[in-house]
Design a protein. Structure first.
Length: 217
């Protein structure tokens, strides 16, 4: 991973990949470059020539999956939120005997223990996405809350959440982000300490995760 101006980034990546290729050959390790992915994160439409491994280009991908998070080239996280929303709804359908109104589990267990972890995995990273994307998860949470309580159709979602003491997804992931970055800032691991800290008040950083810590977000 490299950051910076286009020409410098590609030059650094190719230098690294050239050294990596020599190391792999020396240790007789074969890597299929056709299965390698490269993503150029930018808002510019024009992208430079792709990096090369074994003198073969690693074509640019529009997205990749890393540690369970789908990263698109513009970092909108739209595809990731769509994916976790689908997974949550599939889990809801499979676990209906546990989540339905006839289940003997408590409502808190149904909503906070079973489904919310799926919905909020890695949320301090992707919460910088537009609220229109987050609303998809809000809708799923409302459906599950209504299904679990067997509430009549005319009862508004906000009243259901209030009675269940269930915060909206947007508020919940912000609280998770606050705890996460507090732990990062106070971590004793040297590698974690070396992670660069940026100023979230900078307009250019408005789509970065730490922006969640600012008042009003």
């Amino acid at each position: 991973m490299r950051t910076g101006e286009s020409n410098k980034v590609i030059e650094d990546l190719n230098n690294y990949l050239d050294q990596l290729g020599k190391w792999l050959i020396m240790w007789k390790i074969k890597v299929n470059s056709d299965k390698c992915e490269a993503v150029y994160f930018t808002r510019c439409r024009k992208v430079p020539e792709p990096p090369k491994l074994y003198r073969r280009a690693i074509n640019w991908s529009i997205e990749t999956k890393y540690l369970g998070v789908t990263l698109d080239s513009r970092l909108t996280y739209d595809k990731h939120i769509i994916n976790i929303n689908k997974k949550t709804r599939r889990a809801k359908a499979k676990l209906y005997p546990l989540l339905g109104r006839k289940s003997k589990l408590s409502l808190q267990t149904k909503l906070k223990t079973i489904l919310r972890p799926k919905m909020t995995y890695a949320s301090p990273v992707w919460r910088a996405a537009a609220n229109t994307h987050i609303q998809k998860l809000e809708s799923t949470q409302n459906i599950v809350a209504r299904q679990s309580t067997n509430t009549h159709w005319y009862i508004r979602n906000r009243y259901i959440l209030k009675d269940l003491r269930l915060s909206p997804v947007i508020s919940h992931v912000k609280n998770l982000a606050i705890k996460f970055f507090h732990n990062v800032d106070n971590h004793t691991n040297e590698a974690v300490k070396e992670i660069p800290i940026y100023d979230p008040t900078n307009p250019k950083k408005k789509k970065r995760p730490r922006t969640l810590l600012l008042p009003g977000n």
